[in-house]
Design a protein around this ligand. Structure first.
Ligand code: SF4
Length: 469
């Protein structure tokens, strides 16, 4: 494998790890003075992002999750030295299965890309440019290509196997994982979603067989037979995490929403990395306690929510501080996005078979697989979004128009009509890349959102209020 790491400034995992390690040294509570002292020594390109990430309220809600991610990365970095295998998984695969193996550690392509987008001054775009330099097509998904290009450049953590759970859900995701596994010469393990309706018994059985075969492949790669008690250990913790998720979901329904800003990203960040582990429980519990505190705070509750928004698929992950300022200035609450809709269910821990079935069920319900791998994308996607926007009292929704998402683009106009007709919620259509500002910059995104808010959302809300008076 080539070592082109100089052209990308080093491996993505190592760079993100170094930043997280530095953040972990900061105290639990940061005063405004301490924040300014930290910001004063940072390069100018990082100042706004650091001020945003380390603001007292945000730091309080995100610190536990960042420490959990640090542990996740540390385990993967140390894996080879400690005789464990690193398994690269996509975001639509339940990582708790890998955590059940004593001899394996998971890393998740899209989580790593998102961390780079948020933590590196460059946002990780040099890895994308490296992929383009190799001649790969620009309609790939930046969400996985950024991390995978870092592996291709030769300086990143090299996995021992790559799981691809995208066949049947997303072609570009499936193809880039396949390309990387061939290029670096590591096995690819497939979990294919058959095109059957969600209530099809036959579809579930085929998927479960494929899931069980994949577990067998993992046993072969790690040389470890997955014991029933190991599965139970992660299943019990996954069930506890699902309960916390249920409590948080109930709080999301309250007006004003008591969850700290950006909680959705932290919640599904845990789902895609540390589910089945104590660290995920601590992270979710921290968000729950802060939300309960907010819900009891009179001053917090006197805030007016001008509008509540929801992303019908992905949000934008870059320049979150500008987006956050926009939310605050306009009194808008960002409830979250479709990745929050992973429908956790209690896993029956009776036997190895019931647990494997439960994990296969979670994989079937993960974002993207559930909607984009459905018998009818438009139907399943619309059903899920309509149920969410109704339950969460959403006033408007946004489609970010991620350029590589051919499946969502193909069904978007149907989704928009259905959400409008059946939930009364208008949907704004944008055309940007979730992980890279060079396709549509944040300033242009916010201009479009401001116009939509003032010309569509607020007048609709006023009309509704007039009718009820
Ligand atoms: S469905 Fe869209 S966001 Fe998900 S992996 Fe595919 S292209 Fe990327």
């Amino acid at each position: 494998m080539h070592d082109d790491s100089a052209s990308t400034g080093g491996g993505l995992v190592e760079r993100v790890y170094t930043t997280l390690k530095m953040l972990s040294l900061l105290p639990e509570r940061l005063s405004e003075d301490q924040l300014e002292e930290i910001v004063a020594i940072l390069p100018s390109g990082n100042v706004d992002a650091a001020r945003f990430m380390l603001s007292p309220s945000r730091w309080e809600s995100s610190r536990t999750s960042l420490l959990s991610i640090l542990t996740w990365l540390e385990e993967a970095r140390n894996a080879k030295e400690e005789g464990r295998k690193v398994i690269l998984v996509p975001f639509n695969f339940p990582p708790e299965i890998i955590h059940a193996f004593a001899s394996a550690s998971p890393v998740t392509s899209e989580v790593l890309t998102t961390l780079a987008t948020q933590m590196l001054a460059s946002g990780g775009e040099e890895y994308w440019d490296y992929a383009m330099g190799l001649g790969l097509p620009d309609h790939l998904c930046s969400g996985n290509t950024i991390e995978l290009a870092s592996i291709l450049a030769g300086s990143d953590l090299v996995p021992d196997a790559i799981i691809s759970a995208a066949p049947g859900g997303c072609d570009v995701n499936a193809k880039i994982h396949e390309f990387v596994s061939r290029r670096i010469g590591v096995p690819q393990l497939l979990l294919e979603k058959p095109v059957y309706a969600s209530n099809s018994r036959r579809g579930r059985e085929i998927y479960f067989k494929s899931f069980r075969r994949l577990v067998g492949d993992l046993e072969e790669i790690t040389g470890e037979t997955l014991k029933e008690e190991s599965l139970r250990r992660v299943a019990v913790k996954a069930n506890q995490a699902s309960q916390l998720y249920g409590d948080l979901w109930e709080l999301y329904k309250r007006i004003p929403c008591p969850l700290p800003s950006a909680s959705a990203l932290l919640i599904y960040g845990m789902r895609f990395s540390m589910w089945g582990r104590d660290e995920a429980l601590e992270s979710l519990d921290n968000i729950l306690q802060l939300s309960l505190r907010n819900s009891r705070d009179a001053e917090y509750n006197s805030r007016e929510e001008v509008a509540r928004m929801f992303w019908v698929y992905l949000p934008f992950y870059f320049e979150g501080y500008l987006f956050s300022e926009w939310l605050e200035a306009n009194g808008v609450t960002n409830i979250g996005d479709a990745l929050l809709l992973f429908y956790p269910q209690a896993i029956d821990t009776t036997s190895r078979d019931t647990m494997l079935r439960g994990f296969a069920e979670s994989a079937w319900n993960m974002g993207m697989t559930r909607q984009m791998g459905a018998e009818s994308i438009s139907l399943q996607w619309s059903e899920d979004i309509i149920a969410a926007v109704k339950e969460l009292h959403v006033d408007f929704a946004v489609y970010c128009g991620h350029h590589s998402c051919k499946q969502t683009w193909s069904a978007f106009s149907i989704l928009r009509n259905e959400v409008r007709k059946r939930a009364g919620v208008p949907v704004l259509c944008l055309q940007g890349d979730s992980w890279m500002g060079k396709v549509m910059p944040m300033s242009a995104i916010l201009d479009e959102m401001t116009m939509f808010l003032h010309n569509v959302v607020i007048p609709a809300r006023e009309r509704r209020e007039d009718t009820h008076e």
